[in-house]
Design a protein around this ligand. Structure first.
Ligand code: NAD
Length: 357
């Protein structure tokens, strides 16, 4: 029987990396019934919204989706489809494994980190008040009554961290560590400064850690964490962080393992899973058959594991790893300038050839 999976090609380079991934997934021999639906900047003009209701309906029905990156305008325009999707479907855990495959373009060795990012709260709460609006003025009045001076020409993005949201993501990180035989969880925060938001996150992390005596626990202040990740990433195993730090640190970790072209991800709720790479829609590369599809393919590997297709997940991951190790059929981001590289679809051909061997 075929797996029903929602497929969202996305914007920019999304359709190319999604198509390459669809091809390698089908080459494993597993049958998929793809429900192709469209979201993002590409549909706004036609449908009046970047996140049409049929996209949410399809994911709710199928419970599993493979999603290409979508564009979010910077500073103005419509709000992020990704943030909306994660909130609407309560996909509270963003899982971003960052592992070095031999042959990947990096100076580091033996990095195998999993970033667990809280996906629904923090400064991504969406509670924002624009400078000069009535709402901003009312907020300024309220906080000034509480004894805090705020400049009148301020804009606001509220940082919201709850005990409920913190507990479930931290538990998720520890459960993940246990399930995948990981030895340590590191909680990241800035609790020295933001005592009531990050401080709450840290207090809950310490409490939850007590329920998992078999897993080592430590915490780091985010700035120090960034420095230590670059100096000695091998000391880290599972990292759990509120939304913004998780977002930034997972890109940093992608840099450690060879770049965004190699960094997969998943957005997970209690019974819905949306798999997508860490990278964005890189609009400058759109339609050039140039970018690396491996981050999206490795997100597909994560999807296979989620579907309990462990053997095929291992086969596909091995095939991708072999293409990386061989270094013959890789994209521009995997080689120094001047070396011979191939395009997105040729990487898929090479992975399929390995799978068929
Ligand atoms: P980006 O990840 O799209 O690209 C940054 C740079 O990384 C690119 O210029 C390119 O050099 C490199 N890169 C990214 N993907 C690559 C790949 N597969 N292979 C090789 N190189 C790759 O980040 P950005 O330019 O900051 O954002 C572009 C758009 O993507 C924005 O609208 C942003 O909101 C959106 N975005 C979407 C998602 C998502 O849909 N989950 C995530 C991040 C950013």
């Amino acid at each position: 029987m075929a797996y029903n999976v929602t497929l969202i090609p996305g914007d920019g380079i999304g359709p190319e990396v999604t198509e390459a991934t669809r091809r390698v997934l089908e080459a494993t021999g597993i049958a998929f019934s793809w429900d192709v639906v469209h979201a993002g900047a590409g549909v706004v003009d036609r449908l009046g919204t970047p996140l049409p209701e049929n996209v949410l309906e399809s994911i709710r029905k199928n419970r599993v989706a493979l999603k290409g990156p979508v564009t979010t305008p910077v500073g103005s325009g419509f709000r992020s489809v990704n943030v909306a999707l994660r909130k609407e479907l309560d996909l509270y855990a963003c899982l971003r494994p960052c592992k070095i495959y031999p042959g990947a373009p990096t100076q580091f060795k033996d990095v195998d980190i999993v970033v667990v990012r809280e996906n629904t709260e923090d400064v991504y709460s969406g509670i924002e008040f624009e400078k000069g609006t009535d709402q901003a003025a009312r907020l300024i009045e309220l906080v000034s009554k509480m004894g805090h001076g705020v400049r009148e020409d301020s804009g606001f993005s509220l940082k919201v961290i709850s005990e409920t949201g913190s507990r479930r993501i931290i538990k998720f990180a520890f459960d993940y560590a246990r399930a995948y035989q990981r030895r340590k969880v590191t909680a990241v925060h800035k609790a020295n400064i933001m005592k009531f938001s990050d401080g709450l996150f840290l207090a809950i992390a310490r409490e939850v850690a007590g329920e998992y005596p078999d897993i080592e626990f430590e915490d780091r202040i985010v700035d120090n964490m960034a420095m230590q990740l670059v100096r000695r990433p091998q000391q880290f195993d599972v990292i759990v962080a509120p939304n913004l730090y998780g977002d930034i640190l997972s890109d940093l970790c992608a840099g450690l393992i060879g770049g965004l072209g190699l960094a997969p991800g998943a957005n997970l709720g209690d019974d819905i899973a949306v798999f997508e790479p860490t990278h964005g829609s890189a609009p400058g590369y759109k339609g050039q058959n140039k970018v690396n599809p491996m981050a999206m393919m490795l997100s597909g590997v994560m999807m296979l594991r989620h579907l309990d297709e462990t053997k095929n997940a291992d086969r596909l991951e091995k095939a991708i790893a072999e293409v990386i190790a061989e270094g013959k059929n890789v994209t521009y981001d995997m080689k120094p300038p001047g070396h011979q590289v191939v395009g997105t679809s040729q990487v898929a051909d090479a992975v399929i050839e390995k799978l068929e061997k």
